[in-house]
Design a protein around this ligand. Structure first.
Ligand SMILES: *[C@@H]1O[C@H](CO)[C@@H](O)[C@H](O)[C@H]1NC(C)=O
Ligand SMILES: *[C@@H]1O[C@H](CO)[C@@H](O)[C@H](O)[C@H]1NC(C)=O
Ligand SMILES: *[C@@H]1O[C@H](CO)[C@@H](O)[C@H](O)[C@H]1NC(C)=O
Ligand SMILES: *[C@@H]1O[C@H](CO)[C@@H](O)[C@H](O)[C@H]1NC(C)=O
Ligand SMILES: *[C@@H]1O[C@H](CO)[C@@H](O)[C@H](O)[C@H]1NC(C)=O
Ligand SMILES: *[C@@H]1O[C@H](CO)[C@@H](O)[C@H](O)[C@H]1NC(C)=O
Ligand SMILES: *[C@@H]1O[C@H](CO)[C@@H](O)[C@H](O)[C@H]1NC(C)=O
Length: 918
């Protein structure tokens, strides 16, 4: 009830700027305005620095115009995605933090509110520096909410300020002259007239106050003489002094100042964006907003590096080199590159870069070795790739072996759904006897898991021989090309005889049909009714490799095309094109009793009504006329009702979400309804009968266990298994392995998460909680992102310094060698915690330096027959170094320190950060 009340409340806009589009300026509008404004400024500065002309787009700015002015036409979709992510997080504060005054600058909680902003700002910058742009967007959205609310809820505007309060984004300055707890700030309004309810001395003395707020008449939260927030739901506004001071809408108590407050909120938002940009610099700042010169997409390779893959890896190197040569510096250059090698048992580390040449270097450095048995940990590798890649990435998995970790299949499908990334498999050695490892040949049944995953991910499972692999890599360039959209995707198992249709519109320009499966008969009919072959007009060219057939339309006639497929075998079909017009889709939860929505981090509820938010990209004139959930493996379809929300967004309500995997199809018109278009989601979605909810409202502090509460419900109840995974093995978790759920009863549980002490601030822990009904195999999941906030600044390992050394000249049992070493942790270090020997049998003495407790002195003596010695030193936060010494190093000024390996490189850095050290 309590939460429902909160929801109703925010619908009225009484709890901050509105969160829905409307007559007044909402958090959505303010955020849009400021991001577009900030982007224009940065792109202009960049263009000027590069000596290019920058043409400022016409006001009001649109996503399409701004991206185009930034010469980033192919980034329109990723720019829109970044903005939508930031806005969703901003709105979520009103849904999930409705009762926490600090998030709204209510109740004079100025210090607490600023702490939220300043703390969040640090994590945003850290995340950008670590190239985790998704985490940066989410946290940015969260802190923009209080920042914007300040101007509506405080008396900053009433005090006559014309500029934002810059001290809200700094921690070392005064926010202003905050009213003392016992100082009265308001008098009661005169009926509905609140035009002079703030006391004159408050305004004269430039004292800062904000309205008190409570939903509950029984909770007396307002001290005597204090202003109220106001509005119907604020129970404090009936307590003397009555009325309120908020400027959330033009109808609010101080609604005459709504426009001024909203403009200041937009300026403050621009200011915090500028602050971030100055710290992280222009290009990373724009990447955080999804803007880059290239394709706006991320390309991820997940590669099997076991012994038998050596020829395949050679082919991948050639393909990568040719891809990079072709796309570097062009509109098709991916925004980021990710590489995940997997072997047995090692998987990873994940390497990430925005530099194509660096990526080429990563791939060139791969070599094949090890493995042994004939099944590999391919799904573990894919899981790491999915967790480390941004949404809507193009992922390619290269392997020649069955997966030995098939138990991860449901988790991988969950990650595919959340990330909406297209996963393609290039599998060698399935079709014809593989010469080198005929015994290890991957059987058709073994590659079924890859086919299933490709299907869930709207990708292709291409099965070829090793010598055809290079030929097959042509799809990498085609699929990861900029502005690829999906017109149709479907799969059939068993095969069938069926007609499929797709719509070619005036913006599309390069239609390709991909079919995997064997012995399929395909007939294509164009909109005029002509069929390939008839009257001698060729409609398409075709090429094939392995089990993949690619048809390219020659005559690109607009209208509805038909593909008739007849096959006894399973097949999958994918029709793509290149067009600026595309869409983003998110399942959302409609807040009970109203129209507000919160994006779901889980599967929607099966067989029930549900909602999704469709955001059109690439056209400011396009309109959505229909949205349909189409079964991926069948012909069933459910149409939704469409409600425009402004800014190219459409809320879609569906009566009954299918219980089987489905795709989302969007029908629309563009250019003043002069033509129709049709697009499909590239990936599949699934619903579940299980509802799972949970949230993270805080940052994780390394070394301190962090609890993530979650709850599940299910109508029939039963025993549910719980599987928890994170994106990095260094993060440890504990959770019950199963939960007994009574029918319809909300069942609560908790996952505990820990990160090692030296995890850097801004690292992100992606936590997947997967719940499976052990009776029906129905699965749902919750994917949460936890940001690490580390007060520890010691990120460097200790070092070893040789003080004196007596060497050996020959191996002799009568001669000895000696070394003395100073182990220290540097000026900013936390000090040496311990030093231990890992090699050498001589006499060792380890003791703290008498003059400096943070330094450890080591002396060592050994026979020349025992010439090697090694130490490991660990500092107080766990950074570790291994130092090795050898008796035969020349003496006389040459240090005998053979090597000093900072284990921090391997152990301590967040996944994805590694590349910056390589
Ligand atoms: C409000 O949120 C802040 C920041 O997350 C937290 O420190 C504080 O305890 C919360 N206050 C309440 C009353 O929940
Ligand atoms: C636009 O950005 C500039 C530079 O950051 C800033 O001075 C201005 O206030 C911004 N305008 C709005 C409406 O946010
Ligand atoms: C390909 O077709 C053959 C013959 O119809 C069949 O035996 C085989 O199972 C099919 N392969 C796949 C992967 O469907
Ligand atoms: C692969 O190579 C063969 C022979 O060179 C060619 O006929 C076929 O079209 C190629 N396939 C692709 C997908 O390029
Ligand atoms: C968009 O399409 C809907 C449904 O066809 C229609 O009702 C609406 O008027 C259209 N809006 C615009 C701006 O064309
Ligand atoms: C949900 O429950 C219904 C009725 O028991 C069942 O038919 C359906 O398959 C279930 N859906 C899922 C996704 O398990
Ligand atoms: C689970 O938590 C919710 C909210 O915290 C509470 O309302 C509910 O009673 C709890 N359920 C059980 C079974 O403890």
């Amino acid at each position: 009830m309590l939460v429902v009340l909160g929801f109703v409340l925010l619908l009225t806009g009484a709890r901050g700027f509105g969160i829905l589009p409307g007559d007044s300026q909402s958090h959505l509008d303010i955020t849009d305005t400021a991001i577009l404004n900030a982007t224009v400024q940065v792109c202009r500065a960049l263009a000027q620095a590069e000596g290019n002309i920058f043409t400022t787009p016409a006001q009001p700015f649109t996503v399409t115009d701004v991206a185009t002015a930034c010469r980033a036409q192919n980034s329109i979709r990723s720019f829109q995605l970044a903005i939508v992510t930031i806005k969703f997080r901003n709105v979520r504060v009103d849904i999930r933090q409705v009762l926490n005054a600090s998030f709204h600058f209510d109740d004079e909680s100025f210090v607490e509110g600023r702490n939220i902003i300043v703390g969040g700002l640090i994590t945003v910058k850290n995340s950008i520096n670590q190239e985790d742009f998704e985490a940066a967007r989410e946290n940015l959205g969260t802190i923009l909410h209080p920042l914007q609310d300040f101007y509506s809820h405080s008396n900053w505007v009433e005090n006559g300020n014309q500029f934002p309060n810059s001290n809200l984004i700094r921690s070392d300055t005064s926010i202003g002259n905050i009213a003392a707890v016992n100082r009265a700030t308001c008098r009661s309004c005169n009926g509905d007239d609140c035009s002079d309810n703030i006391l004159e001395d408050i305004t004269q003395d430039n004292v800062l106050t904000s309205g008190y707020f409570s939903l509950f008449p029984t909770v007396p939260t307002k001290p005597a003489g204090k202003c109220s927030h106001g509005g119907t739901f604020d129970q404090t506004s009936d307590i003397d002094p009555t009325g309120g001071i908020n400027k959330d809408t033009p109808d609010s108590e101080h609604g005459n100042l709504h426009e001024e407050a909203a403009n200041l909120a937009a300026m403050a938002t621009s200011e915090i964006l500028e602050n971030i940009r100055q710290e992280v610099e222009d290009v990373p700042f724009l990447l955080m907003l999804g803007i880059s010169r290239g394709s706006g997409k991320a390309l991820c390779f997940v590669i099997d590096t076991t012994e038998s893959m050596s020829d395949d890896i050679a082919a991948v190197k050639v393909a990568t080199s040719s891809l990079i040569n072709n796309v570097a510096g062009t509109d098709d250059e991916p925004q980021s590159f990710i590489l995940v090698p997997f072997n047995d048992p090692e998987v990873g580390p994940l390497m990430r870069t925005t530099d194509p040449q660096v990526f080429k270097g990563f791939v060139d450095d791969l070599s094949a070795s090890g493995g042994g048995d004939n099944a590999e940990r391919s799904l573990t590798g894919l899981q790491l790739g999915l967790m480390g890649s941004p949404r809507s990435s193009d992922i390619f998995v290269f392997t020649d072996a069955p997966a030995k970790d098939v138990e991860l299949k449901t988790t991988v499908i969950a990650l595919i759904e959340r990330s909406q990334s297209v996963v393609n498999f290039l599998i060698t050695g399935t079709t014809v006897e593989n010469r080198r490892r005929s015994s290890n040949r991957i059987a058709a049944a073994d590659s079924q898991v890859y086919r299933d995953l490709a299907q869930a991910a709207g990708g292709l499972a291409v099965e070829v021989e090793t010598d055809e692999l290079l030929n097959a890599t042509i799809i990498i360039r085609q699929i990861s090309n900029s502005s690829v959209v999906t017109l149709l995707q479907a799969s059939r198992d068993p095969g069938s005889m069926e007609s499929f249709t797709f719509l070619v519109d005036e913006t599309t320009m390069n239609t390709r049909i991909y079919i995997t499966g064997n012995s399929t008969t395909i007939t294509i009919t164009n909109p005029a009714g002509a069929t390939q072959g008839i009257m001698g007009i060729p409609l398409f060219t075709s090429s094939s490799v392995g089990n993949l057939e690619i048809l390219e339309l020659i005559n690109h006639a607009e209208g509805t095309w038909t593909i008739d497929i007849s096959s006894e075998n399973p097949y999958s079909l994918r029709v793509t094109d290149q067009s600026p017009i595309d869409f983003l889709v998110d399942f959302v939860e409609i807040v009970p009793g109203g129209n507000a929505f919160d994006v779901l981090d889980t599967r929607p509820t099966a067989c029930n009504n549900g909602s999704l938010l469709v955001t059109l990209t690439g056209s400011d004139t396009a309109n959505v006329t229909g949205v349909t959930l189409v079964e991926a493996a069948g012909t069933g379809a459910v149409a939704g009702t469409v409600e425009p929300q402004g800014s190219g967004q459409f809320l879609v309500r569906v009566d009954k979400i299918p219980s089987v995997p489905f795709v989302v199809r969007v029908d629309g018109t563009a250019n003043n309804a002069s033509f129709d278009f049709q697009r499909q989601s590239p990936t599949n979605f699934r619903a579940s009968n299980l509802t799972i909810r949970g949230e993270v409202n805080d940052n994780l502090v390394p070394g301190t266990p962090f609890s993530v509460p979650f709850s599940i419900t299910e109508d029939t109840g039963g025993n549910f298994s719980i599987t928890v995974t994170t994106n990095d093995q260094r993060f440890t978790t504990s959770a019950p392995s199963s939960l007994l759920v009574q029918p319809g009863v909300l069942t609560n549980s908790t996952v505990m998460v820990s990160a090692p002490l030296n995890t850097p601030s801004g690292s992100t822990i992606t936590l997947t909680i997967e719940v499976k009904n052990t009776g029906s195999e129905d699965t749902n999941y919750l994917i949460l992102r936890i940001v690490v906030f580390n007060t520890v600044t010691d990120l460097t390992a200790p070092m070893c310094e040789v003080l004196s050394f007596v060497n050996c000249v020959q191996i002799s049992s009568t001669k000895t060698w000696a070394v003395s070493v100073r182990v220290s942790d540097g000026a900013d270090g936390t000090g040496v915690e311990r030093v231990t020997r890992t090699q050498g049998n001589g006499t060792l003495n380890i003791e703290p330096s008498p003059s400096n407790g943070n330094v450890t002195l080591v002396t060592y003596n050994a026979s020349c027959t025992d010439p090697d010695m090694a130490l490991v030193a660990v500092d107080r936060v766990g950074n570790t170094v291994a130092c090795a010494f050898n008796a035969f190093q020349a003496s006389g000024g040459v240090a005998p320190l053979v090597s000093q390996v900072h284990l921090i490189c391997a152990l301590n850095l967040a996944v994805g950060l590694l590349h910056s050290l390589l």
